[in-house]
Design a binder for this molecule. Structure first.
Ligand SMILES: *Cc1c(COP(=O)(O)O)cnc(C)c1O
Length: 452
């Protein structure tokens, strides 16, 4: 027990002995079983020690089929991103040093060129415009610093249909108040026209804001001006248009997953002046907030003192740089989020069948555990594509005499914990979000469960 440290070991022994004493006082341990209790002390100390030294933040298996699960840490990183984090984290780095000149550099320089390759020169209908990108802690921070820099003391026009709550108390009206800008809401919940925006424009207007409806949809009798219409209005009145795009996708989602969602380039191509998005949603990188837009606007944001408070750390830059290089190498399979989006239902079916056979072959009580494969849908999740889902296959698990909730809890107690969905009294496992190396761990856990 040397490696645990003397202090924590002594403390644990004391607490185990204390429990033993109270059990004796309360008559739970008698003359007859005292010997056994004493013999178990060492095991009890070992167990308690392991528990108290276990990490709270653990790796789990996501069998929910929700690709960007906010409660499960959103995007898993590519192996290259992990390697790069390790390399940079354990030593000094050129985070803010220009190795060519020896001068102080900006941390953004590490990803600037990469973003430029994807988003640097998108024609917004008025010739190629040069775009820059900066990185902050998350997309909420990106929205805050953009509003504060570009609209403090002035008004920002937003449709009433876009005054959204993204979750975790990130509400557009509240963030706007914190940024020191004044909300000017126009239109109605379901219908807002471009005329509504135009009528609201005044001397005080600093921005036209479009917020992506990330986690809900308005259907039925609806109207919303297109981004190009907003851009045209902004140009006419010389007011920048800022879109909180959110999902951060750098690929054609229609092509790779048949999902009808726009990406960052689509937004910039409309001529929007500034776009904010997350690093750990469909981009598949680390938690970060990205702001891409007209060089002049981005420069102003960079000099805002808030930038220092909201900036990202070196580990984020390392992961982001490696993630973007994955796109440049066109190595989509290395990026877990893209791999999951691109996985064909037939592949999920094949793995589910293999898993079913593996379990059936190993279980000691075949009639006890019932496995069925059925069609279902995987969700993109993470507040990105509220109405989009992908066809998949689900492994429905039932164990005789056990409720689905009980089974779900048992799977959660597995090491590593397995997180699943429960629908209509059945535990459902979607292997789309499980990495193939984890299939065996699921099989093992279900075999153990069926035996108990
Ligand atoms: C997800 C999302 C946010 C919040 O992003 P975080 O990176 O979680 O801070 C803000 N706006 C939109 C439109 C989003 O989809």
């Amino acid at each position: 027990m040397k490696q645990e440290g003397q202090e924590v070991v002594a403390e644990t022994i004391r607490s185990v002995l204390q429990d033993l004493r109270s059990q004796i006082v309360n008559g739970l341990i008698t003359q007859e079983n005292l010997k056994t209790a004493l013999a178990n002390v060492e095991t009890a100390v070992g167990h308690r020690l392991r528990c108290s030294l276990q990490y709270s933040l653990r790796s789990v298996i996501n069998a929910t089929g929700v690709i960007l699960h906010t409660n499960l840490g959103r995007a898993p990183l590519s192996p290259q991103a992990l390697d790069h984090i390790c390399e940079v984290a354990g030593s000094y780095s050129n985070l803010e040093l220009n190795l060519d000149t020896g001068d102080r550099g900006q941390r953004d320089m590490h990803v600037q060129n990469l973003f430029e390759r994807f988003l640097g020169r998108l024609d917004g209908g008025n010739g190629a415009r040069k775009m820059q990108t900066i990185v902050v802690n998350n997309c909420a921070a990106a929205v805050l610093i953009a509003l504060n820099t570009l609209a403090e003391g002035g008004t920002v026009i937003v449709s009433r249909g876009e005054l959204v709550e993204i979750g975790g108390s990130f509400r557009i009206p509240d963030v706007m108040a914190k940024s020191g800008s004044i909300l000017c809401e126009v239109g109605t919940t379901n219908r807002t026209s471009i005329r509504d925006y135009e009528r609201a424009i005044s001397q005080e207007t600093r921005l036209l804001l479009r917020v992506h409806r990330s986690n809900f949809a308005i259907v039925g009798f609806t109207q919303q001006p297109t981004l190009p219409e907003l851009v045209a209005l902004g140009r006419k009145h010389k007011i920048p248009v800022f879109e909180d795009q959110g999902n951060g996708s750098l690929v054609e989602l229609r092509d790779i997953a048949g999902v009808n969602e726009s990406n960052v380039a689509d937004s910039l191509r409309t001529g929007v002046d500034l776009v904010s998005y997350s690093g750990d949603k469909l981009l598949g990188g680390p938690q970060a907030g990205l702001l891409t837009g007209r060089t002049e606007l981005v420069k102003r944001i960079r000099t805002n003192p808030l930038f220092r408070a909201l900036r990202a750390d070196k580990l984020t830059y390392a992961a982001l740089e490696a993630t973007l290089l994955g796109y440049i190498r066109r190595d989509h399979p290395s990026l877990p989020i893209l791999r999951m989006l691109e996985t064909k239902p037939a592949e999920v079916l094949r793995r589910s069948e293999t898993l079913k056979e593996l379990i059936s072959g190993q279980t000691s009580r075949p009639g006890h555990l019932n496995l069925e494969i059925m069609e279902g849908r995987s969700l993109i999740g993470g507040g990105t594509a509220p109405t989009s889902s992908l066809p998949t296959y689900l492994l429905a698990v039932t164990v005789a005499g056990r409720s689905a909730d009980h089974l779900q809890k048992k799977l959660r107690e597995n090491d590593p914990p397995i997180i699943c969905r429960v629908e209509e009294g059945q535990v459902l496992l979607d292997l789309r979000t499980v990495s193939p190396e984890q299939d065996k761990a699921i099989a093992k856990s279900l075999v153990t469960l069926s035996a108990s």
